[in-house]
Design a protein around this ligand. Structure first.
Ligand code: IMP
Length: 427
């Protein structure tokens, strides 16, 4: 069973870095398939903490080949600084492979992301400001710049010209900004070309051949299910497909080759940026979750909005991703509560609703219906097996499993690499 997908089952920041890294040792390829440096993975290896934004977390596992698939958008300056940061700390990054079809986040896309958000005012999405949306918009509009374009100056110039023709009108006439010069952008991009070249490869062919040879390939999702452009809380979403289907389009590996889809599920809920969030807390419990859970964005440094576990969302994630199982993270953060509320359904305009409503307006009106589970006071960070957990923690996990519609195969009980209880092996 060589191809697995690991993805966020909520609004991102579920602790995917740890899960991917846990598998890294037994995986031959770790592949990112969407998003860009809007993602933020924190991986703790021994006493070292790594914050990765763009690079696949498999880059920290010797013997594993990290791959950036065609569905990813790449800011070349971030790519190179992340690589050199790791090199300085002694991490070998030479095995990295980058798809020539991946799109480039250009400087004008970063500018447009920021000015658009400012222009939207209180209607803003709360993006990470990294140029993600404008770059995917260019891709769909067929005016994007791809990695392979860096190696043909004439094509690159034509493409930047075509893109800036329209964008400069928007920048100068709508946003009252200075126009961006074509040659300046081309020069900057060409400046990155040679440094990136050794990594550029036909990743579609390489990954499919690896699967033919029974190698283990792990697809690593950025963001999360509810931030998916198609299946998330649109328009408060990112501009790509973190859901399982994105692993196919974003890498060129067909769905029949994927045998396992693991959803990373935090034992409570967080989100950054704007948009509906039924179980959000505005009291001291929310503050406590943020403080104990260290809920601050790895990429943006913004405080995350915090709330109780939402089983409606977990069930939805099981459905739209075809999840085979869950990795439940950060259970230790919940130690110390007398009782823990879990959202089992919503009340919308006086009606009890068991499943995520497809209508945006209904979801905005959804109020959580809670069940209260008994908490536990013990420190659980040293637990190695399920039976090491206090009875109430075991029951909390079992209840979540039942409500979410897929088995929980692993439980995170602390930030360290070894602070994980594995119930069913992933491989
Ligand atoms: P963008 O991806 O920068 O366009 O931002 C769109 C929305 O997705 C905003 O609400 C962001 O806060 C959110 N977002 C993007 N990346 C992440 C992530 O890795 N974790 C959590 N939220 C994210």
């Amino acid at each position: 069973m060589p191809a697995l997908v690991l993805l966020g089952a909520q609004w991102g920041d579920e602790g995917k870095g740890k899960a991917t890294d846990l598998l890294g040792g037994s995986v031959d390829y770790v592949v990112r398939y969407q998003g860009g440096n809007n993602a933020g993975h924190t991986v703790v290896v021994g006493d070292q903490k790594y914050a990765l934004h763009l690079l696949p977390s498999g880059i920290l596992s010797p013997g594993c080949i990290p791959v950036i698939g065609n569905g990813v958008v790449i800011d070349p300056s971030v790519l190179l600084s992340e690589l050199s940061g790791l090199n300085e700390r002694g991490v070998d990054t030479s095995k990295l492979l980058i798809s020539g079809n991946a799109h480039i986040i250009t400087p004008y896309n970063v500018t447009l992301d920021k000015v658009t958000e400012r222009f939207l005012g209180k209607r803003k999405i709360g993006t990470t400001g990294r140029g993600i949306g404008p770059t995917y918009a260019d891709k769909i509009n067929r005016v994007g710049i791809r990695v392979q374009d860096l190696y043909d100056e004439s094509i690159l110039t034509q493409k930047v010209e075509a893109a800036l023709d329209v964008k400069n009108q928007i920048l100068t006439k709508l946003y009252n900004r200075r126009a961006i010069a074509v040659n300046q952008v081309v020069e900057e991009l060409l400046g990155y070309a040679e440094q990136i070249k050794p990594y550029v490869a036909d990743t579609v062919l390489i990954l499919n051949q690896a699967l033919d040879e029974d190698k283990v390939v792990l697809f690593e999702g950025g963001q999360g299910t509810l931030l998916d452009i198609d299946h998330g809380t649109y328009p408060f979403v990112t501009s790509s497909n973190p859901t399982a289907g994105g692993a196919c389009t974003g890498t060129g590996v067909g769905p029949t080759r994927i045998s396992r889809v693991i959803g990373i599920l935090k034992a409570y809920t967080t989100r950054v940026g704007a948009g509906p969030f039924p179980t959000e807390l505005f009291d001291e419990d929310g503050e406590a979750l943020r403080r104990i859970g260290g809920e601050r964005g790895v990429t943006t440094g913004r405080d995350r909005r915090c709330g109780w576990f939402d089983a409606v969302i977990a069930r939805y994630a099981t459905r739209v991703n075809g999840l085979t199982d869950f990795f439940l993270t950060k259970l230790d953060v919940l130690s110390g509560w007398e009782r823990i509320p879990v959202c089992v359904a919503y009340e919308i305009d006086g009606w009890r609703v068991e499943e995520l409503p497809y209508s945006q307006s209904d979801f905005h009106h959804a109020k959580p219906v809670y069940e209260y589970l008994p908490g536990w006071q013990e420190d659980i960070t040293k637990a190695k097996t399920f039976s090491d957990l206090p009875k109430n923690a075991q029951n909390y996990v079992k209840a979540l499993e039942e409500m979410s519609g897929a088995p929980i195969s692993a439980i995170g009980v602390g930030p360290g690499r070894d602070e994980t209880i594995q119930i069913n092996p992933f491989l």
